[in-house]
Design a protein around this ligand. Structure first.
Ligand SMILES: Nc1nc2c(c(=O)[nH]1)N[C@H]1C(S)=C(S)[C@@H](COP(=O)(O)OP(=O)(O)OC[C@H]3O[C@@H](n4cnc5c(N)ncnc54)[C@H](O)[C@@H]3O)O[C@H]1N2
Ligand code: MOO
Length: 388
């Protein structure tokens, strides 16, 4: 059995960075920008007024000035403003030549074409200098998963489309005679397939494009048939049938179909029967069927693989640390991902760690990571965890 770190390295070796495609701005949020973007504008492109008021060369309290014209956003005032003069100006308008400050209209009394400045004026110039937000060589760095404020910035830089990494297409295949789809009528010995849906949600959040294929039954023909439907998937994920039972056929059938196996079995809990390799043009990961095992492997392995394919680098899932709320017994020889709840008094590991308990997983907000053979820990000891 290999370690989790070794398994991740082998997975990264199978995961190519996908090519980029151009998408309009309105479809770019949540996508990963593939290349750095040089601005096509400075912002603001001219010195601009930050207030509604009067552009003047100087502001002496009580002075009387003649209004010679108007500058609005979208149509500036042609020509300079001289001493003794003022230009009526609105927020966002270009500041006329010669003006050094804007006197806000609240500080001014107007009578026809004459204004009188108040006795107390605020000190700000209320002028936004040209290029004050970003200049001509401003570059937006990549790779980066784009959030709404990035989209606003890239729009202001005058980019209508953005190059983003293609979404990894992930085919999700549940295996088992016992499974029916949610909403169907299960027979007495059947259960509802849940893993595909949990993983679909996880993958979609990560920026992948997951597809749920039909359930493969526990016979080689059915599994071969469904594996033949993966089409152009970048990543094929099977769920279940990964262990050693008579009905655990994934390794055998994938092997017959040409799987170049990278590993089978990882020293972790849950998730031990994990397997991976290359199947045709796609990368394949065989997840264990136990629902918590499948979801934990999703967080520990599939999430980093998808991020690597998106060009975000080959990194394990980010860990944090927190103090234990309670004692924790010594760990065995496998890295243990323990369902836990992080609260104000520290992180509390659930008493029951059975890998079938979805209700417990849903009530958890963290996976405490215990290294192999970690000794018993006291309350207050800091431990590593993955946030859920
Ligand atoms: N003799 C041994 N038995 C088992 C071992 C072992 O080392 N020796 N490993 C155990 C571990 S650990 C795990 S994990 C399971 C994983 O086995 P499989 O990957 O072959 O999974 P299945 O047997 O197909 O299913 C296990 C369990 O999960 C349910 N399941 C399967 N798919 C889904 C799905 N899509 N949605 C919801 N639930 C699903 C399935 O009905 C079973 O209850 O093997 C242990 N056994
Ligand atoms: O690895 Mo199994 O995934 O322990 O339940």
């Amino acid at each position: 059995m290999i370690s989790v770190a070794e398994a991740l390295d082998r997975l990264f070796a199978l995961a190519p960075v996908l090519p980029s495609e151009d998408v309009p701005l309105v479809e770019a949020a949540g996508r990963v920008l593939a290349h750095p973007m040089l601005t096509r504008r400075t912002q603001p492109p001219f010195s601009a007024s930050a207030m509604d008021g009067y552009a003047v060369t100087d502001a002496t309290p009580g002075a009387t000035l003649t209004v010679i014209g108007e500058a609005a956003a979208g149509s500036g005032f042609d020509g300079p403003v001289a001493d003794g003069q003022a230009v009526r100006i609105f927020t966002g308008a270009p500041v006329p030549h010669g003006a050094t400050r804007i006197v806000i209209q609240e500080d001014v009394t107007r009578d026809g074409d004459t204004i009188t400045l108040g006795e107390t004026l605020d000190q700000g110039t209320h002028i936004r200098p040209a290029g004050g937000d970003f200049g001509r060589d401003f570059t937006f760095a990549a790779p980066k998963r784009l959030v709404p404020q990035d989209i606003a910035l890239l729009a202001a830089m005058n980019h209508a489309t953005l190059p983003v990494t293609r979404r990894p297409v992930v085919a999700l295949i549940s295996t088992g005679d016992e499974l029916v789809q949610p909403g169907e009528d299960p027979g007495p010995d059947q259960i509802v397939a849940s893993n595909t849906f949990g993983l679909h949600a996880l993958l979609r959040d990560l920026g992948a494009s997951p597809r749920i294929l039909p359930i493969a039954r526990d016979n080689p023909d059915s599994l071969r048939f469904v594996l033949g439907l993966v089409d152009d998937a970048d990543l094929v994920v099977t769920i279940g049938g990964a262990s050693v039972g008579d009905h655990d056929l994934v390794a055998q059938v994938a092997g017959e179909m040409g799987l170049e196996r990278a590993f089978h079995k990882v020293a972790m809990r849950p998730g031990k029967p994990l397997m991976s390799g290359r199947l045709g043009d796609a990368m394949m990961v065989g997840l264990p069927g136990n629902p918590v095992s499948a979801m934990v492997c999703g967080h520990v392995f599939l999430a980093p693989v998808v991020r690597a394919m998106l060009g975000l680098g080959a990194h394990p899932a980010a860990r944090r640390t927190a103090p234990l709320a309670d004692v924790a017994p010594a760990n065995g020889p496998r890295e243990h991902y323990m369902r836990a709840t992080l609260g104000p008094d520290g992180i509390r590991i659930a008493a029951n760690q059975d890998s079938s308990l979805l209700s417990l997983l849903a009530a958890s907000n963290a996976l405490v990571v215990r290294p192999p053979n970690d000794p018993a820990r006291n309350a207050g000891d800091r431990v590593a965890y993955l946030p859920l």
